[in-house]
Design a protein around this ligand. Structure first.
Ligand SMILES: [Zn+2]
Length: 203
């Protein structure tokens, strides 16, 4: 029989428990939801799990936190294990539904510390969330971190809106950039911090 893997596992790192220990079950303010995302993003790269990215899924009205995600590409060895994909998958496990916009479920939003990359753009669109909240958009993320975000169209937000997914932008934008800058500084200063673009993202 051919020797193939039959399962892959993507899980949150253990330190998430420390970060969530003092977090309330519901975070009604959108800024506070983003503040938690920034905190997780900053710790994530420092812990060596992956890039400086985090996300969470919340119920839009109550602010109840349904899931959180961080980028665990390095710790899992799975290139698609971006924060958004992790948060959305865990929210779907938590709700028992592959459609977060399904009948009988409250309206959900994905909160993330920059506009999703080309992969997570699709993952967000197909997840059933009714809202996407981003700290920022634009070239700064790629300029500062050197990560390649892929060919996301200029009409990305409009495409979400057309599908009934409200896009909220510029929530604690400067704080997002501060996390990226700290990460970049560490990349420049140490061989230990890896930017994991496949083939350097160059070809
Ligand atoms: Zn992504």
């Amino acid at each position: 029989m051919i020797d193939i893997a039959r399962e892959y596992r993507v899980a949150l790192p253990a330190w998430i428990d420390d970060e969530l220990a003092d977090a309330p079950a519901a975070v009604p303010s959108r800024e506070d939801r983003m503040r938690l995302v920034h905190r997780l993003a900053d710790r994530n790269w420092r812990e060596g799990n992956g890039g400086p990215f985090a996300a969470l899924v919340a119920e839009r009205e109550s602010g109840r936190i349904v899931s959180v995600g961080v980028n665990v590409v390095l710790s899992t060895g799975v290139s698609s294990a971006h924060a958004e994909v992790v948060a959305l998958g865990l929210a779907q496990i938590a709700t028992g539904s592959w459609d977060l916009g399904g009948d009988g479920l409250p309206s959900h939003e994905l909160v993330v510390n920059w506009r999703p990359c080309v992969q997570c753009y699709g993952a967000t669109m197909w997840s059933g969330v009714r809202g996407l909240v981003v700290a920022g958009q634009g070239p700064e993320l790629e300029e500062i971190t050197t990560f390649d975000e892929g060919p996301v169209g200029a009409d990305w937000a409009e495409q979400f809106e057309t599908r009934g997914i409200e896009v909220v932008r510029d929530v604690l934008r400067d704080e997002a950039l501060a996390v990226f800058r700290d990460y970049r500084k560490a990349v420049d200063e140490s061989d230990e911090v890896v930017v994991y673009n496949a083939r350097g993202g160059t070809e």
